[in-house]
Ligand binder design. Structure first.
Ligand SMILES: Nc1ncnc2c1ncn2[C@@H]1O[C@H](COP(=O)(O)OP(=O)(O)O)[C@@H](O)[C@H]1O
Ligand SMILES: [Mg+2]
Length: 261
């Protein structure tokens, strides 16, 4: 099976070589946990390997994404100039900008991504949607349907996809349930304050057809470098999960929502 390097060698190792070609992988977690930084590594690795790269940004402007990348030595701006990558700005959609989204509509998303793919040409392609949650923030019950639609259409176009799903700070749960079920894999980013210091972690919660590592890893973000894996963490699940009562409430709400679907 062909696997795509994520651009972070330690994460490739955790994934038994990388992400299988054609997969749609959900990148989940609370704000500030490193999701966007990870997606930038994946996109930049694509540029280095000659893949066609499309990056959709809904949370930050294109300028912000390009400048964040440059802090890690990734000249995504040049890649865009050389038509190796296209950054679709869904935050500051200006009428004069052909690579912008004016509404957070899944059909418009698919349409512009396919337009970008035609512009970049044939061949293996990578797509980052940062974030997918933005498309259903005001209608969480649509999460599964939208995810399924996007996956179904884009899988025919040789895309391997990272789809960011944001988790609420309050409950550590997704906005809208569904993408986790539709996705071929889930890479979960987390954060905790330990001894007064913010620590970040990642764990692969799901990766179809892959004997992946089941451990939680501590990570950090370094200037000039990007995401760095520090090593397996000794935290136990009980140390990092929500109180049982809170969890039960969330699960009840989840079941009700799934009954509606
Ligand atoms: N140049 C940098 N040097 C060190 N850390 C950085 C740098 N740029 C960003 N970070 C860290 O990365 C975090 C942002 O991570 P990001 O991937 O954008 O989070 P999110 O999960 O919300 O997408 C910042 O809060 C900061 O801690
Ligand atoms: Mg982000």
């Amino acid at each position: 099976m062909e696997r795509l390097s994520t651009g972070v060698p330690e994460i490739d190792k955790i994934l038994a070589g990388g992400i299988p070609r054609g997969f749609l992988v959900a990148v989940t977690g609370e704000p500030g946990t490193g999701k966007t930084v990870f997606c930038l590594h994946f996109a930049w690795q694509g540029v280095k390997e000659g893949d066609k790269v499309v990056y959709v940004t809904t949370e930050e402007s294109r300028e912000s994404i390009l400048s964040q990348a440059s802090q890690f030595g990734m000249d995504l701006e040049e890649a865009v100039r050389e038509n190796k990558a296209i950054v679709i700005d869904a935050l500051l959609g200006r009428a004069s900008d052909p690579w912008s989204l004016r509404s957070l509509d899944p059909e418009e998303l698919v349409e512009i991504v396919l337009k970008a793919k035609r512009e970049l040409g044939f061949g293996r392609a990578r797509l980052v949607i940062d974030s997918m949650s933005a498309f259903w923030l005001d209608k969480p019950a649509m999460a599964r349907k939208y995810s399924y639609y996007v996956k179904k259409v884009l899988s025919r176009w040789d895309f391997t996809v990272l789809a960011v799903s944001q988790y609420a700070v309050t409950t550590s749960e997704a906005f809208g349930f569904g993408i986790e079920h539709v996705a071929d894999g889930i890479i979960r980013f987390r954060r905790f304050v330990r001894g007064g210091v913010l620590r970040r972690y990642l764990i692969v919660e799901k990766m179809r057809q892959t004997p992946h590592d089941l451990r939680m890893y501590e990570i950090t973000v370094r200037d000039g470098v990007g995401l760095v894996v520090l090593g397996p963490s000794g935290e136990r699940a009980e140390d990092v999960s929500l109180p049982i009562k809170v969890k039960e409430k969330i699960l009840q709400a989840k079941r009700r929502e799934e009954e509606v679907l």
